[in-house]
Write a protein that binds this ligand. Structure first.
Ligand SMILES: Cc1cc2nc3c(=O)[nH]c(=O)nc-3n(C[C@H](O)[C@H](O)[C@H](O)COP(=O)(O)OP(=O)(O)OC[C@H]3O[C@@H](n4cnc5c(N)ncnc54)[C@H](O)[C@@H]3O)c2cc1C
Length: 436
């Protein structure tokens, strides 16, 4: 059996590895000149790497941790020792722990309401949730507007969604928001460092997973797939270099990009709609000689309501320089990404100086713009807007002739995360091995 795989991210490569192990002849066609997709490493000092894409994992990410151990990769704890910094009102505040200095009752109400709506979701098929039509018709911004009058809840909610999903509340339906939180293990788990989804990082960078997976696979780089044609006898997958014939094809790319491929026969239901928004995140790395905030009893964690960096976290590599990672998300990501390089640097460094006034001039500065990236078109994952789950959900994993779908956006478990991508790769490989 011959299988073509479109996309050398975690989903495509785990599918390719499983299929190859089972004896299939697999060719992976990757648009970029590197593997890894939304996992990507940057060398912040000689031999020290930071994650420009996905970074964090937790103990419930079982397929990811199994894969890491097969590939001889280790997890390292995300250092979160010390106090947090907040810029949510006038000036900067230092607090023990990560609970923001805002009205506790208002935030309690917000989290109770989020927990209530999340608990109603049918995690395996959100479009079959009892109240799906109403939840899918309303944006998270409208949900906030109608039920949470306290200014502190209104201030904090967009920050929370920006951090959790790289989403602007106006872009996602309540159904998608609640599904995402449920699929990732619930609000508490998704939001937590110790014991939660941000507990660890991949030592040396998450990009190594795909690099190591690719070693034993036939991966062709620089091959954006333009068209796919299924017939009774097989499938033809065409890149700028020509056609590839196979018995089946796995399309393991974000939904908006899948819709850009000319697929024949044409699927009755697309992979995305005009309401499917890109997750909006720009990741900023500010490099210092050492993680100096630790000497001042600070963890490096901060939350800011006024931008450009929504939050910062200490991502310093073991035995490397100090790396302060900043996340710019939601609408601010578009504004920030459009600034000239010098202005982006000035704004981000000025914010770091306000938060951590003892810091010296950085020794390095990197911006990774996922919003403008041609082969990701946003991150952490696609955002399903109003109506999307009702329309797209039922065919999310349903094969179309010889075309099979994978990618984190096809996983109802850990949707949007590395774990979801790997689970989708396993699912699609099993599907193909059963059918052909
Ligand atoms: C900044 C950022 C932070 C994140 N944080 C986390 C985190 O902390 N923890 C976590 O678990 N997840 C996180 N994620 C999400 C995680 O990276 C993704 O869920 C996961 O990597 C998606 O894998 P995938 O294989 O589904 O898709 P992708 O990684 O997007 O792979 C798709 C591949 O297909 C290629 N491609 C696209 N179009 C074509 C085409 N036409 N032809 C051929 N190839 C094509 C792309 O170049 C890419 O290599 C983050 C992502 C980003 C970007």
């Amino acid at each position: 059996m011959r299988v073509a795989v479109v996309g050398a991210g975690l989903a495509g490569l785990t599918a390719a590895a499983r299929l190859t192990e089972a004896g299939a002849e697999v060719t992976v066609l990757e648009a970029r000149d590197r593997v890894g997709g939304r996992t990507h490493g940057i060398e912040v000092a000689p031999g020290s790497w930071a994650d420009a894409g996905a970074a964090y994992l937790g103990d419930r990410h079982t397929r990811l941790t199994e894969l890491m151990s097969e590939l001889d990769l280790k997890a390292t704890p995300t250092g979160m020792v010390g106090d947090s910094r907040f810029e949510l009102g006038h000036g900067a505040d230092t607090r023990h722990g990560r609970f923001p200095p805002l009205n506790a009752v208002a935030l309690g109400d917000l989290f109770d309401r989020l927990a209530d709506v999340t608990a109603t979701i049918r995690a395996d098929a959100p479009w079959l949730t009892p109240d799906a039509a109403a939840l899918d018709a309303t944006t998270a911004a409208e949900w906030l507007e109608n039920g949470l009058p306290h200014p502190d809840a209104r201030l904090f909610f967009p920050l929370f969604l920006g951090e959790m999903m790289a989403a602007d509340p106006a872009d996602v339906s309540v159904l998608h928001m609640a599904f995402y939180l449920r699929s990732g293990g619930g609000i508490r788990y998704l939001n937590a460092f110790e014991g939660g989804a941000q507990q660890d990082r991949v030592d040396g960078g998450a990009h190594q997973i795909c690099e190591r997976l690719a070693v034993n696979l036939d991966v062709r780089l620089g091959q954006p797939v333009r068209s796919i044609e299924s017939t009774d006898g097989g499938v033809t997958v065409t890149t700028d270099s020509g056609p590839h014939r196979a018995d089946a094809v796995v399309v393991a790319i974000p939904p908006v990009l899948a819709d850009a491929i000319d697929i024949r026969p044409r699927p009755a239901v697309p992979r995305s709609t005009e309401r499917t928004a890109p997750g909006c995140a720009v990741k900023v790395h500010i490099i210092y000689p050492a993680p100096l905030w630790r000497d001042h009893g600070l963890s490096g964690w901060s939350v800011n309501a006024y931008g450009p960096l929504l939050s910062t976290v200490d991502d310093s590599p073991t035995d490397g320089p100090g790396v302060l990672t900043g996340f710019v998300t939601g609408t601010e990501a578009h504004r920030f990404a459009a600034l000239p390089a010098a202005e982006r640097r000035a704004a981000a460094v000025a914010q770091a100086d306000r938060l951590f006034p003892f810091l010296p001039e950085p020794i390095g500065f990197h911006v990774t713009d996922w919003v403008g990236d041609e082969f990701s078109r946003g991150c952490y994952a696609a955002l399903f807007g109003p109506g999307d789950w009702t329309r797209l959900g039922p065919t999310l994993t349903e094969r179309h002739h010889r075309v099979h779908w994978a990618g984190t956006e096809t996983s109802t478990e850990f949707f949007g995360l590395m774990e979801g991508a790997i689970r989708s790769g396993h699912r699609v490989a099993a599907e193909i091995l059963t059918l052909y």
